[in-house]
Design a binder for this molecule. Structure first.
Ligand code: HEM
Length: 331
């Protein structure tokens, strides 16, 4: 008697297995050549804008990569982080953790959008601009090239209240960080690979000062630092109270090159943030650190796949979004 029920149960679980989820359906609507007919100069305009900006402001690459990550982890890659606050809405970019996102990254998107609007008005989304800019800049810094599907629409919601707790902080425990990435669908190896983004860019002294000054009763700094590195950091940040803009390269060895040096640094105690050093001290993540440190191709491959996945995270299509006329305001 129980059979028909079992068969039904089997069929319904089979159909839910075969039917793509809502987010898979969104992702399937994106294509590699989305703007081929509607904006044939898309690639050229993006390349020109990005190259000019990166040459004049070399910090743009890391800034844009971080901006993209922060966008994608809050409500998906929908350019919600680009929207400015109004008297009625405190937007995502004004959340405490996003205040350190550098102006150069926002500026790059504005420049690309302006150039694209002149060529093909109201066609290219700000979220596609940000996804392509992050990829092109990684490649320009010596990192891998990966494919970015296009056709994202820009989100209709940007709230600072949605940010806190949903972006990683260096003060979070490894368990907390692993859970945060897992809740966004990322595995341990993907989390470690994505953290390899810290092979470029800077961190402000206040992000790690608690680890280098008066760390404990017996020690100025966290023991997981190389002692000479900790000394150097203390000197570099000596004035950070007076000058809160003081910052240090995330990768002390090759700060301007996208390579696997970040992972080679970690076993030597040269990880800047406690979340960086934690990747090596935690047995769950250490094997991946060792793998990416030993083999740059393995890192580039893993980073590329993880970035492709990140770039599709929570993307919006159809009426879930719009093509913003200005990236900093809803239409
Ligand atoms: C594991 C969790 C992570 C934590 C705790 C973390 C934390 C941070 C912090 C505190 C900074 C310094 C910000 C500043 O002082 O201005 C930073 C910088 C940066 N992060 Fe992360 N991050 C994480 C993962 C990622 C991921 C997944 C990416 C990209 C895929 C990324 C890309 C960057 C980049 C490129 C910078 C340099 C920004 C610049 O130079 O302007 N981070 N991160």
């Amino acid at each position: 008697m129980a059979r028909p029920f079992l068969v039904l149960l089997f069929l319904s679980s089979l159909s839910s297995f075969l039917t793509p989820s809502h987010s898979q359906q969104q992702q399937q609507q994106l294509t590699l050549n989305y703007y081929q007919n509607s904006c044939p100069k898309f690639d050229q305009i993006m390349q020109d804008t990005i190259t000019t900006k990166q040459i004049t402001s070399p910090t743009t690459a890391a800034a844009t990569l971080r901006l993209f990550f922060h966008d994608c982890f809050i409500g998906g890659c929908d350019a919600s982080v680009l929207v400015s606050s109004t008297p009625f809405n405190k937007a995502e970019r004004d959340a405490d953790i996003n205040l350190s996102l550098p102006g150069d990254a926002f500026d790059l998107v504005v420049r690309a959008k302006t150039a694209l609007e002149l060529s093909c008005p109201s066609v290219v989304s700000c979220s596609d601009i940000l996804a392509v800019a992050a990829r092109d800049l990684v490649t320009m810094m010596g990192g891998p090239y990966y494919t970015v599907k296009l056709g994202r629409r820009d989100g209709l919601l940007s709230k600072s209240s949605l940010v806190e707790g949903n972006l990683p902080r260096p003060t979070m425990s490894m368990t907390h960080l692993i859970k945060l990435f897992a809740s966004n669908g990322f595995t341990l190896s993907e989390m470690v690979a994505l953290s390899g983004a810290h092979t470029i860019g800077f961190s402000h002294c206040n992000e790690f000062s608690a680890n280098i000054y008066n760390y404990s009763k017996n020690s100025q700094s966290d023991h997981s630092y190389n002692p000479r590195y900790a000394d150097g950091l203390r000197k570099a940040c000596a004035d950070y109270h007076k000058n809160p803009t003081l910052s240090v390269s995330n990768d002390i060895m090759t700060p301007n090159k996208f390579d696997n040096m970040y992972f080679q640094n970690l076993p030597k105690g040269l990880g800047l943030l406690s979340s960086d050093r934690g990747l090596y001290s935690d047995p769950r993540t250490r094997p991946y650190v060792e793998m990416y440190a030993a083999n740059q191709n393995a890192f580039f491959e893993a980073f590329s796949r993880a970035m492709e996945k990140l770039s599709l995270h929570g993307v919006k299509t159809g009426r879930e979004g719009e093509i913003r006329r200005r990236c900093d305001a809803f239409n």
